[in-house]
Design a protein around this ligand. Structure first.
Ligand SMILES: Cc1ncc(COP(=O)(O)OP(=O)(O)O)c(N)n1
Ligand SMILES: Cc1ncsc1CCOP(=O)(O)O
Ligand SMILES: [Mg+2]
Length: 492
């Protein structure tokens, strides 16, 4: 078994520090060891105090572990003061340890200081020269480089300055900048960018510890840094995505959400993981009130791509490819084109029924009914990022779909429709209102919705309307879409 050592502080709340590191090591299937530098008393709201270990006792722990068990990689976290930093540096030198990840922990997520300001010099002079890589966040990079960081150029400058302190590599974690979560790796020659979608969560306690622990685990497993960084990011991404809101403040990430699969050498979602949190996907739907579904037989001879272009021009925010009689080849060919058109128009593209087609054309999502693949299974196949829409005719179906991982509900038929002969009888606005009250994901009304009843559907609580014939069958598709949007925005 590969062995990884963390030299860090204990977090009584369990989300950061030694506790985060050991949980992360387990998820990577490496043997974790811990040298404790300090004991903090903290929870999700903040750090109420800490006691540092005597420096020589930190050294004693390191000697005992490294002389007997040894370590394939080591990471440092909270080192508290200059004496401990010097002691740790001396032992790293003594044991000629090379795979060293230095997470320059200075301030906790809560804003509380975890290192004496005087210790910064010891960190730069003694420890950074021994590091294979140092992993500051933006605030820490500002302290270490002495410059303000507001954009990528500043990141580059800061990385070069920090590199000058002696580490073989610098990773500046851009998680605190806006937009995508981009981390920058500088190897002394070039800057490399690593991107992942930003997870909008307050549960970020321990992210720095978790990332550096994952890096150390990858190094122990023999990976070069360029390979290790995206893997550590994937692990952290799943941990953030599946974080439970424990405590009243910044909750911990979920260290059990993903694990390193040694056969494929990639991070996989943990087996039996409850459906990944979907607020992110659901949020992509915000403000998209008009959902247009294709149906070639209703399009008066116009090709589906033309219909969709015109619907997009009229402001449709979501497009669904629903062609029951098409071959797989037709679906993927047109699907690819519709995905391109949707992206160009800042709209979302969803494929009906066919998970394989949705995956093949890199669609934004897939829509499934009660007779299609079960929700939990579908979520496992499509992963956490793809939007999953589920049809529901009852409150119970909607609640189950939400619990199992749906991102929105297509509720209907709200009114009578001839477009889908097996749709059943109209469910009505009253039931729509009940469904909307029961779930917290967006609900789209579908079935028999026209310009003259769309406003009622929204008044009943729907987040938007999904329509086929009222748009696809209109003489002027763009105008019909515009009218729907006007009505739903409160116009007449
Ligand atoms: C947005 C939206 N809502 C409901 C449906 C219907 O899906 P399903 O029940 O699977 O029926 P088919 O459309 O596959 O006949 C939908 N497609 N979109
Ligand atoms: C696909 C679907 N699912 C429930 S009703 C329906 C058909 C909606 O078509 P229209 O908007 O023409 O009534
Ligand atoms: Mg279906």
């Amino acid at each position: 078994m590969k062995k990884v050592l963390t030299i860090a502080g204990s977090d009584s709340g369990g989300g950061a520090g030694i506790q985060a590191d050991l949980k992360t090591f387990s998820a990577f299937g490496v043997y974790g060891m811990s040298v404790i530098t300090a004991v903090t008393s903290q929870n999700t709201l903040g750090v109420s105090g800490f006691r540092a270990m005597p420096a020589e006792f930190v050294g004693q722990q390191m000697s005992d572990v490294l002389s007997d068990i040894g370590a394939d990689a080591t990471k440092t976290g909270m080192l508290a003061n200059a004496d401990i930093i010097c002691e740790v540096a001396e032992k790293i030198r003594e044991f000629k340890h090379e795979n060293l990840v230095v997470d320059p922990v200075m301030v906790a997520t809560s804003g509380d200081r975890l290192m004496e300001p005087e210790a910064e010099k010891a960190l730069k002079d003694k420890l950074l020269p021994l590091a294979l890589v140092v992993t500051p966040n933006i605030a820490e990079a500002e302290v270490l480089s002495g410059i303000r960081i507001a954009n990528r150029e500043d990141v580059e400058k800061a990385a070069q300055i920090i590199y000058g302190w002696g580490p073989k590599g610098v990773i500046i974690k851009g998680g605190h900048l806006s937009g995508e979560a981009i981390d920058y790796y500088y190897d002394g020659k070039e800057i490399y960018e690593y991107r992942s979608p930003r997870v909008d969560t307050k549960n970020t306690h321990g992210t720095g510890c978790t990332f550096s622990a994952a890096l150390a685990a990858c190094l122990a497993l023999g990976m070069p840094l360029k390979k290790a960084i995206p893997i550590a990011k994937d692990y952290l991404y799943l941990a953030l995505l599946n974080a439970d809101s424990l405590g009243a403040g910044h909750g911990p990430t979920n260290h059990l959400a993903g694990y390193f699969d040694h056969s494929t050498k990639a991070i996989r979602p943990a087996k039996g993981l409850p459906a990944a949190k979907t607020e992110n996907n659901s949020r992509k739907l915000t403000g998209r009130k008009l959902y247009v579904i294709t149906g070639q037989e209703f399009a008066k001879g116009r090709p589906v791509t033309e219909v969709v272009s015109q619907a997009l021009a009229g402001g449709a925010g979501i497009i669904q490819l629903r062609e029951k009689k098409w071959t797989t080849r037709q679906l993927v060919e047109v699907g690819r084109e519709l995905q391109r058109l949707a992206r160009e128009n800042n709209a979302l593209f969803i494929v009906n029924d066919r998970i394989d087609v949705a995956l093949a054309v890199d669609a934004d999502g897939v829509h499934l009914g009660q007779d299609d693949m079960p929700v939990r299974m579908a979520r496992r196949v499509i992963g956490p990022d793809m939007i999953l829409g589920i049809s529901a005719e009852t409150v119970e179906e909607a609640l189950t779909a939400e619990k199992e991982g749906a991102d929105y509900i297509g509720f209907g038929p709200v009114f009578h429709t001839d477009t889908k002969p097996d749709a059943g009888t109209a469910r009505g606005l009253e039931l729509l209102a009940q469904v909307k009250k029961a779930v917290s994901i967006p609900v789209y009304g579908i079935g028999g919705i026209k310009l003259d009843n769309a406003a009622e559907v929204l008044s009943a609580g729907a987040d938007g309307v999904a329509v086929i014939t009222a748009v696809v069958g209109a003489d002027d598709i763009t105008l019909a879409a515009q009218k729907f949007i006007h009505i739903m925005e409160g116009g007449r």
